[in-house]
Design a protein around this ligand. Sequence first.
Ligand code: ATR
Length: 502
Amino acid sequence: MTAKTLGRNLDILDKYHKYADMAELRVDCLDPDERLLIRRFPEQAGMPVILTIRRDSDGGHFVGGEGARISLMARGLAYAETDRRHNFAYLDIEEDLNVTSLEEAARTFGTRIIRSYHNIKGTDADLPVKIRSMRRSGDEIVKVSVTANSTEDVINLLRAGKECEEQEKILISMGHLGIYSRILSEQFGSFLSYCSAISEPDTPPAAPGQIEVRELASLYRFRNITKATKVYGVTGYPLKATDSPHFFNTVFDMEESNAVYVPFPADSITDFMEIAKELNIEGISVTVPYKEAVIPFLDFQSDEVRTIGACNTLTLTPQGWLGTNTDTKGFSDSLLTFLGRSNFKRQHITVIGAGGAARAVAFELHRLGAKVLILNRTVHKARRLAAPYKFAWGGLDEQGIEKMDKYRDIIIQTTSAGMEGINPDNSSSDPAAMYNFCGREEVMDLVYKPKITAFLKRASNAGCNIQNGYDMLIRQARYQYTQFTGKEFPEHFFSRVQFGET
Ligand code: ATR
């Protein structure tokens, strides 16, 4: 609870009551006058409340001296009532704060101590030692909240938690790279997870990386996650916005399976594969920039992966990691459905781009009998991609564009040129600006954000049928579902399971 007044915190608590099991009152976020009135908050909140007064050096807002902070804590505990629900259930005391009288008072009144340590700059090296030594008496809960500057930092916290399995504790990797430590609390050995009512304008997250309370409770079904829950997820970097958790968790929820799908931003694929082992992850979607880098970690792979050199799906089997690529089928299903065809025989097709996405497209076009021209800004990459399939190739220049005359039944744009956030000035967002559509081409752009790229807009204005990459995205995710679970995708859910934004 990070609002400025107790009344506002109570309103927010009322609104989100059903998603939370306890509340943490961040007294340091309250207006100074309000801080004097905290004593009745637990009774008004109607659920167990943690009393926390976080210093600015630990990432909080309290800038007064330690004396003032201790007397506020004492005020929160004072006049304990026999009905314990009216007292604070927990008191957060930093490991370096030594006030025996406060601890004694807390114990006497049944308020449990959370003994906390924060590192807002990084992750300490000797975490198991730290976790073991922080606790002053057996009934304290140790809280270690450290900042993840790398995926290796998260591994260290996770392993430290395993080493101290017997101890009641809360382990948090703060920041974006540690976001999954807040969802997989069970797997990290944590007693609880903190979240925020971020959607309310006046309650900022209490620490970097915190998840919105409804999202944690409803999308990730946090309360259902146990050590027996099957863990799946998506890895990539920076992986700031991904719609895949929404897709998979909605399906898991509808079919009531004990499974969760989590975002795993990782700054190193090598370190992420260690995380996968530690967390017993059973299936992984792989996205930018690791589709190629993940291949050395595979124990075996599908023909597509071998030919294309890119893998977007990892499934744990008894023989190890199986690598497959669902972009291929996702693409061809989507385009064939759009065209109402069953193959590409006698179709003359131009593919714009020669990167990872184009490799999946070329594989499928070849498999399904198309005649193809590949055009790329960097010409030698077009030649390299075209050679094994005996496709035509060229640059995205006048000469290359002229070649399109013979390959324009279908045009497929595979580059990232028109993607949101890639070209803020929009100057080079149309990679084939020199090409004039005649209006009879069928045009697909693999980009789905924005829904209509500059390239698609031009095609549409010329009278072409157009399709973006959203349908392909869903179709490849359905294949991933089958790969992960061994089950057919439950089609009857399909109309209800969409990615976040269509
Ligand atoms: P992906 O996996 O999304 O295909 P990639 O493998 O990095 O990503 O490939 C990016 C593709 O987009 C390449 O074909 C790239 O062209 P170059 O090989 O010349 O780099 C193409 N691309 C990216 N930005 C582009 C732009 N502004 N205009 C034209 N092509 C562009």
